[in-house]
Design a protein around this ligand. Structure first.
Ligand code: IMP
Ligand code: MG
Length: 185
């Protein structure tokens, strides 16, 4: 039986995307990250905040592996528009509902590319005086970083190439793919 949303190669216009991180590899790493968080936040009641839209699948799989008591919230940024290159401008599109004052905050991102979004988030959150703030990102492109940011839990460091699937989009599509695909040179 063919599995859903799993393909060998994705051809989008004249661009080709090839499998990069399989569902199994992603899930195994998420369990490891969650175990670290479970130790670090033992008896701390963290508030886990996902950055929409990209983090929604990762966030879901991550929190399913978190065993400490926690609360969940989301906010939404926009920066990319529909292109593969960041606009270099970050906007807050949906605000946080929770009060994070004196709370232990864990920010969940899909990918850190230039670091601009995380820098924006760090500055924004700091204004609300949380007790602590850590960042978890499924992916990170170290060669692409332009801002000094501190990511506390990283799923995978990846080359400076465009990736899609598992929450990550190309012009809002392909977020529903179960694994991650990388643009071929
Ligand atoms: P940064 O602000 O440059 O670090 O970019 C962060 C945001 O850009 C991420 O949260 C993603 O939403 C998006 N992004 C960066 N690289 C990629 C990619 O390779 N594929 C899809 N989205 C990406
Ligand atoms: Mg994002």
């Amino acid at each position: 039986m063919a599995e859903k949303n799993i393909v060998d190669e994705l051809i989008i216009g004249n661009e080709v995307f090839v499998p990069f991180l399989t569902e199994t590899v992603i899930q195994k790493r998420i369990v490891e990250i969650a175990e670290e968080i479970n130790v670090d936040y033992k008896s701390k009641l963290p508030i886990i905040i996902g950055v929409l839209n990209g983090s929604f699948i990762f966030m879901s799989d991550l929190v399913k592996n978190i065993t400490v008591q926690c609360e969940i919230d989301f906010f939404k940024l926009s920066s990319y528009g529909d292109s593969k290159i960041s606009s270099g401008e970050v906007k807050l599109v949906k605000e946080l509902n929770a009060d994070i004052k004196e709370r232990h905050v864990i920010i969940v991102e899909d990918i850190v590319d230039s670091g601009l979004s995380i820098k924006f988030i760090e500055e924004l959150m700091a204004r609300f005086l949380p007790a602590s703030m850590k960042v978890v990102s499924l992916l990170m492109k170290p060669d692409s970083l332009k801002y000094k940011v501190n990511i506390d839990y990283i799923g995978f460091e990846i080359p400076n190439k465009f990736v899609i699937g598992y929450g990550l989009d190309y012009a809002q599509r392909y977020r529903n793919l179960r694994s991650i695909y990388m643009l071929k040179d």
